[in-house]
Design a protein around this ligand. Structure first.
Ligand code: CUK
Ligand code: CUA
Ligand code: CA
Length: 610
């Protein structure tokens, strides 16, 4: 009845409204007021900026989605593991982004865990790391440009799942190998399967060392004091079937003593496997501690003060609270069915996502530790089957305690039906008060697993207006064609509303490379370059140079044109590649044709308007 009333108020449908008459006017007014104030909470007027950038992993989309919070407006997709013509990313063989992605593995990915860089316990707005679970890769995105800067395959890892930065320094990012495999012995004997937790230089993403584990590592969260990092393990059985993986009553949270691992590497106590120093815990006592927790835990989250690790029970209706320094279990409060991930505010509360109950439960950490039965503060229904949940700043030492996002796996009837597959759904929850309040829901492409929020103040002045001009950029007035046998390099510029050159000549079968620099100096003036019949379409942002190699096709005229609507003369922003038969005379000149030729023919004497 409550829902019907709400729809009646929104839709002002007489029929529905009549159906609600049993409810009091006061209830209706209250509902209307709540709806109105919820709308106000998320309303960001056109031209006004949101308070937060929310980075949502794109799951099978292979990238990262940027949303404005609280408006829930979709702002941008950052392409990482999958090409995007519209973003000028990795779709053109030969471009830097293409080569970087290609070199690291397949041209697609499965992104789960976005992680922001920190300095002194706060987000610093430098970098965002993201994993590719499917192909064992990690990428670093520069937040100056919101572009992928580095992608690396991590040796000895299948299923790069949990990801976090080692705090407080962010010297390493570490990534969990979720899928045990045979990199040690190279066979198919499951007894020999192992996995690793890999420590990567946080800037270059080069793997510095790994710690071997028996079983797997799922979700990651770093301690805050430069000592331990934590990972949940659901397959301590080292089993290869679903039944086998739930055999034991207990699994574990793994704690790795990072300074001790570093020391072992420095002292040569490791085995080099596929080029990487791998530390084996039985050779370095203390490097790995397994803390028993109820079977098959999932989320792993360290509290903002760095004192506790929360292992969310998944199969157990509990969250295990572990002292992050002594590694002892201090409490195991029941929270509800299917606890997956836990996040924090700035007032000592934890918020745990309950997959089976489709709820977020808010509970007080100290009360739970002290055994005070009133530790549950509030519950709120979400729609439906929540996976990750994240409160603003929860991974830092200074959470802000205002907003929480619930990343729901199913949206069922929440949006217009668009076929059997429905969009993913996120809900924005106001956590500033004692009671949580679901304020808004917004759909997204498949499928965000996790999210992080960054305050606008941190980033606003760090994002650059244009790309830095590279040494290899083509400068305005220095455009040229360089022919070397069948290799032809065309150094081209573009600026509203012209390519220079607007024509060049090659032979059929020539290897042509266009070095195209967008010489615009103002933000947002992106141009495109699509070349007919040659399978090429790229975007070039202000200051950026894109390199476009291809083989010239059959003799003929091929237009290239700008694909981004940039000016009133956008349609006129085009030029010709003139392909001559092999052996024919070609000109190296890129000068525009004489006026006479410019006009082409046959000419129309006049244009008739009848
Ligand atoms: S996770 Cu990757 S399976 Cu709970 Cu972070 Cu979704
Ligand atoms: Cu340049 Cu359209
Ligand atoms: Ca298990």
């Amino acid at each position: 009845m409550k829902i019907t009333c709400l729809s009646a108020l929104l839709a002002t449908s007489t029929a529905l409204f009549t159906a609600c008459n049993s409810d009091s006017t006061a209830t209706k007014q209250k509902a209307a007021a709540q709806t109105a104030s919820a709308a106000q909470r998320v309303y960001v007027a056109p031209g006004k900026l949101d308070d937060y950038y929310a980075f949502l992993s794109g799951g099978q989309s292979g990238g990262v989605f940027v949303y404005g919070i609280p408006s829930c407006r979709f702002i941008k997709e950052i392409a990482v593991f999958e090409p995007r013509a519209g973003l000028g990313y990795a779709n053109n063989p030969g471009s830097e982004s293409y080569l970087r992605l290609k070199e690291s593995g397949p041209m697609w990915g499965d992104t789960h865990h976005p992680v922001l860089s920190q300095t002194n316990g706060r987000y610093d707005g430098r970098w965002l790391w993201i994993n590719d679970k499917a192909n064992g890769r990690v990428a670093r995105i520069s937040l100056r440009t919101f572009e992928t800067a580095v992608i690396r395959k991590v040796p000895n890892i299948q299923g790069a799942h949990g990801l976090d930065a080692w705090l407080p320094s962010c010297k390493y990012v570490y990534v969990n190998g979720e899928l045990e495999h045979d990199f040690v012995q190279n066979g198919t004997d499951p007894q020999q399967y192992r996995s690793v937790i890999a420590f990567l230089d946080s800037e270059s993403l080069e793997t510095k060392f790994e710690v071997m584990i028996v079983g797997n590592a799922d979700i990651a969260s770093s301690g805050k004091d430069g000592r331990y990092v934590f990972s949940t393990m659901y397959n301590t059985e080292n089993a290869v079937t679903s039944e086998g993986m739930i055999e034991r009553d207990k699994d574990a949270v793994a704690a790795i003593d990072v300074p001790l691992a570093e020391k072992a590497v420095a002292e040569g106590k490791f085995t080099r496997i596929n080029g990487v120093p791998v530390v084996k815990p039985d050779e370095v006592p203390g490097v790995l501690t397994l803390i028993p927790v109820p079977k098959n835990p999932h989320g792993c989250n360290v509290t903002p003060d760095g004192n506790y690790v929360m292992a969310s029970g998944k199969l157990s209706p509990t969250v295990t609270i572990i002292d992050a320094h002594s590694l002892k279990v201090v409490a195991e409060p029941e929270v509800g069915l299917g606890p997956l991930h836990t996040t924090f505010d700035n007032r000592g509360n934890a918020y745990t996502s309950l997959f089976i109950d489709s709820q977020i439960v808010k509970w007080n950490i100290q009360k739970a530790i002290k055994g005070d039965p009133t530790y549950i503060v509030d519950r709120v229904d979400v729609h439906y089957n929540v996976g990750h949940t994240k409160a603003a700043g929860s991974d830092t030492s200074y959470p802000s305690g205002d907003w929480l996002i619930s990343l729901n796996k199913l949206s069922k009837g929440m949006y217009l039906p668009v076929g059997p597959a429905m969009p993913e759904s996120q809900e924005l929850i106001d956590i500033s008060g004692e009671k949580m309040r679901v304020i808004a829901a917004f759909p997204s492409l498949s499928e965000p697993h996790d999210a992080v929020f960054l305050s606008r103040q941190v980033l606003a002045d760090k994002v650059v207006q244009t790309y830095e001009i590279t040494p290899t950029a083509t400068k305005l007035g220095e455009e040229k064609l360089v022919r070397n046998g069948t290799q032809v390099d065309v150094y081209m510029t573009c600026i509203r509303s012209k390519f220079v050159p607007e024509q060049f000549e090659v032979h059929s079968g020539d290897r042509v490379t266009i070095h195209l620099t967008n010489v615009e100096t103002v933000r947002d003036m992106t141009h495109g370059f699509a070349l007919a019949e040659h399978g090429i379409n790229i975007a070039v942002d202000p200051g950026q140079t894109q390199v476009v190699p291809f083989t010239a096709g059959a003799p003929g005229t091929y237009w290239y044109y700008c694909t981004w609507f940039c000016s009133a003369l956008h349609l006129e922003m085009r030029g010709r590649m003139l392909v001559k038969p092999i052996g024919a005379t070609v000109s190296d000149s890129i000068a525009p044709p004489t006026l006479e030729k410019t006009q082409g023919g046959p000419k129309q004497d006049k244009v008739s308007y009848e």
